[in-house]
Design a protein around this ligand. Structure first.
Ligand code: PEP
Length: 250
């Protein structure tokens, strides 16, 4: 999308012990250079590593995000982590509505919306994930699902500055499968039109990332697709070398 600052984001999921901190350091150090003036990089390690990660990334272009947040800022929610707590650790982003949360924790669009609102409320940028399952795709419902998820989980106050959309077909996550370039282009174009209905003119500049089996070997093709403003990378973000290779595709 013209005039949109692209983003490469990594999602470590439930991976990463203290011994993985050297990978975060390597990513932070590896981003230095002119490319960081043009392309954002965000890494979302597990909550346990967030505080150390923000310290490691402090003097680098790397931004740190969380993978989920609770929709309340504090209270009797044993085991949960709030957006306010994440922001307090100097993290700047939070993923909400990842398909693994939607599925494994039965998160509804309504809950994802509340989480996104909580994130924006404390000044975090929300990375809101949407995407169809294999069954929905087979039933020809892909665009219906995307329409419902955008209408249901993107807050009214969402702007290009505080919200990022990630199109992640569930069947493409961790499988090595990716949609065709044409299918990705259709989905992203459709998402932008739905965002226009939801948030008006802000939609023009809002980043729409693609996620699902992105790796160094297919990054060039995917980043070259119309309406793809970056990528959200799972497995291939665990190794600094791979994350940096994808980033340097720009
Ligand atoms: C993800 O979990 O957001 C993701 C895209 O995973 P992977 O890159 O491993 O398919």
């Amino acid at each position: 999308t013209p005039d949109v600052r692209p983003m490469v984001a990594g999602n470590w999921k439930m991976n990463g012990l203290r011994s993985a901190l050297d990978q975060i350091k390597a990513i932070a150090d590896g981003l230095d250079g002119p490319l960081s003036q043009k392309v954002d990089a965000v890494l979302c390690p597990p909550a346990t590593l967030l505080y150390v990660a923000t310290a490691l990334a402090e003097d680098s272009p790397l931004k740190i995000g969380a993978q989920d947040c609770h929709h309340h800022n504090s209270g009797a929610y044993t085991g949960d982590v709030s957006a306010e707590m994440i922001a307090d650790l100097f993290a700047t982003h939070v993923i909400v509505g990842h398909s693994e949360r939607r599925k494994d924790h039965a998160e509804s669009d309504e809950l994802v919306l509340a989480k996104a609102q909580a994130a924006l409320g404390v000044g975090l940028q929300a990375i809101i994930c949407v995407g169809e399952t294999q069954a929905e795709r087979d039933a020809g419902q892909t665009l219906d699902v995307l329409a419902r998820q955008i209408a249901g989980s993107v807050p009214e106050g969402a702007s290009a500055g505080n919200t990022i959309i990630a199109y992640e077909p569930v069947w493409a996550i961790g499988t090595g499968l990716t949609p065709t370039a044409a299918d990705i282009a259709v989905a992203h174009d459709f998402l932008r039109s739905r965002l226009h209905e939801r948030v008006g003119s802000e939609a023009a500049q809002m980043r729409i990332l693609y996620g699902g089996s992105v790796k160094p070997s297919n990054a060039r093709e995917i980043l070259g697709i119309a309406h793809v403003d970056g990528v959200l990378v799972g497995g291939a973000s665990l190794k600094a070398e791979d994350f940096l290779a994808i980033y340097k595709t720009y």
